[in-house]
Design a protein around this ligand. Structure first.
Ligand code: C5P
Length: 221
């Protein structure tokens, strides 16, 4: 059985990918399956934590003993995260959040008209939830973890992103056509704001989750 080193702790995990609606039937989305976030929630519960899982459009079964809060858009994800983070010891942002959303929502299905060019889609910026939660810590000593999918210069981009976001740990993984999204496995480097660098060998998403909780538990002391 797992070491109950997160007993008495409240941890909040976001998982899945946001969907930004254009009209009642269409959205802008991404390929995140939610598997890494769910693995984080399951492993934290097994280590004794009280877990809130803010799940964006993940079609996965609710993990036993975990409080699941379903959300759709980035704005909804932000609301749920801020509420849950208020009394959290650790926050892990594993969800793939859309950077932009359509500026307008059409109440009726957008129609195609013959002999007419398609209308352009105007986007507006979504809030950066990780940066916001890191800047306005709800609690002293709260440990905040972000995720970053990079296609190149993984470490350089990861270091810059860690600084920009202001979080304590950033899990960086390299993504490509057939890597990571929807897969059962992951391979990553966990960068610490303290300069630490923890490589995680290619393996199940549970193994990466356990390493993240090891690093979080160390920082919670
Ligand atoms: O900037 P980028 O999207 O690469 O950063 C990824 C990290 O930031 C993830 O932890 C993701 O959950 C978080 N994020 C966020 N709000 C956004 C975009 C990303 O919290 N609008």
């Amino acid at each position: 059985a797992a070491e109950p080193d997160l007993t008495g702790r409240h941890v909040v995990v976001s998982a899945g990918g946001t969907r930004e609606p254009l009209d009642p039937v269409r959205f802008l989305g991404n390929r995140s399956s939610g598997k890494q976030g769910y693995a984080l929630a399951r492993t934290a519960a097994a280590r004794g934590a009280r877990v809130t899982l803010v799940a964006a459009n993940a079609s996965l079964p609710d993990p036993a003993g975990v409080d699941v809060v379903p959300v759709g858009t980035a704005v909804e994800l932000r609301e749920a995260m801020l509420r849950a983070a208020a009394d959290a010891d650790a926050v892990v942002m594993a969800a793939a959040v859309a950077d932009f959303r359509p500026a307008a929502y059409a109440a009726g299905k957008i129609k195609k008209k013959d002999d007419q060019e398609p209308a352009p889609i105007t986007l507006v910026r979504n809030p950066d939830i990780l940066a916001e939660i890191s800047a306005d810590r709800a609690r002293a000593g709260q440990v905040i973890v972000g995720f970053a999918a990079e296609t190149d210069d993984v470490l350089t981009n990861g270091r810059a992103k860690l600084k920009r976001k202001g979080c304590d740990l950033l899990v960086v993984n390299e993504v490509g056509e057939r890597k990571t999204f929807g897969s059962e496995e992951n391979e990553a480097v966990v960068l610490g704001a303290d300069g630490s660098e923890t490589p995680v060998a290619h393996g199940p998403k549970e193994a990466l989750a356990e390493t993240v909780w090891d690093l979080v538990a160390e920082r919670l002391g």
